[in-house]
Write a protein that binds this ligand. Structure first.
Ligand code: HPA
Length: 280
């Protein structure tokens, strides 16, 4: 099943049949909100608003582990992550979609792994016969490969949807994840630009890392809501972020619906093999 994590300003998708709202408990604490189980043209998807209803969790205090573990408990294997970002690459204009294929991690204070060796928190209710459980229950230390962190099949599906719908979009974006909640200085954006970042946001990491740690497929599409600090001539505001997400709402909903419809059932990528040989 597909899991969809919605970002700032994306709280519902019309045209979708809501089947259930489920509260999921995890040993890592509470997810951002209830998960909404929905159906579209015979396909099921589970939605979660990353910041919770009413946008109550700032990026650095989102319980990413609970959010991703909750998806596992609901049988999700593929996650589509949607988020607002600032544009760094001069090719980008506000309103553009960017599909990422790499990230740079500048986060600082977030729990970053499920595998904490002797400190690992084990979900006693999870009895799956898989490497996730084997490693967690045996308190192993795990170093997953993130050379190519995003699922190539899901990423291709996203690009073909944007192409078909004639949306302005870019592929192969490098997402720089900052800690927030403050925005960046002009010097930080200059640095990120020199390091090869195309976009900047505060939520992709550790979301993608945790999903990959439990062998899920993960892809991300971002909406450029503003030009990043120092590139924009104006003072940055949350108002412009929300305004752009609202303006793009219909297009984002279209991406989500098409994605649910088009994403293949089975993939021949390596995402599910990431745990083989990864534990010490
Ligand atoms: N910086 C960081 N996160 C963001 C931005 C930004 O400029 N815009 C939307 N999310």
């Amino acid at each position: 099943m597909i899991g969809i994590i919605g970002g700032s300003g994306l709280y519902n998708v019309d045209e979708i049949n809501i089947i259930d709202e489920v509260e999921v408990r995890t040993p890592f604490g509470e997810p951002s909100d209830r998960y909404i189980v929905a159906e579209y043209n015979g396909k099921r998807a589970v939605f979660l608003p990353r910041h919770g209803k009413g946008h109550k969790f700032p990026p650095h205090l989102i319980n990413y582990r609970a959010n991703i573990w909750g998806f596992r408990k609901l049988g999700v294997h593929k996650i589509l992550s949607i988020s607002a970002v600032g544009g760094i690459n001069p090719l980008l204009k506000p309103g553009d979609f960017v599909i990422s294929d790499q990230f740079l991690d500048f986060t600082k204070v977030r729990p970053v792994t499920f595998y904490e060796g002797i400190y690992t928190i084990v979900d006693e209710t999870d009895n799956r016969d898989d490497l996730v459980n084997e490693y967690m229950k045996n308190e192993r230390v795990v170093h997953i490969d993130v050379t190519e962190p995003f699922c190539p099949i899901m990423t291709k599906t996203l690009a073909s949807i944007c192409e078909e719908k004639n949306f302005r979009y870019h592929q192969n974006g490098t997402y720089a994840a900052t800690e927030g909640p403050r925005l960046e200085t002009a010097a930080e954006i200059k640095m990120l630009s020199r390091l090869g970042a195309d976009i900047v946001g505060m939520t992709l990491v550790p979301e993608i890392v945790l999903a990959r740690e439990i062998a899920m497929h993960f892809s991300a599409i971002s909406i450029v809501t503003n030009l990043a600090a120092g590139i924009s001539k104006e003072r940055l505001t949350s108002d412009e972020v929300i305004e752009m997400m609202t303006k793009k709402n219909k297009d984002i909903q279209q991406v989500v619906l098409d994605f649910i419809q088009k994403v293949p059932e089975h993939f021949d990528c390596n995402c599910e093999d990431v745990l083989k040989g990864a534990a010490i």
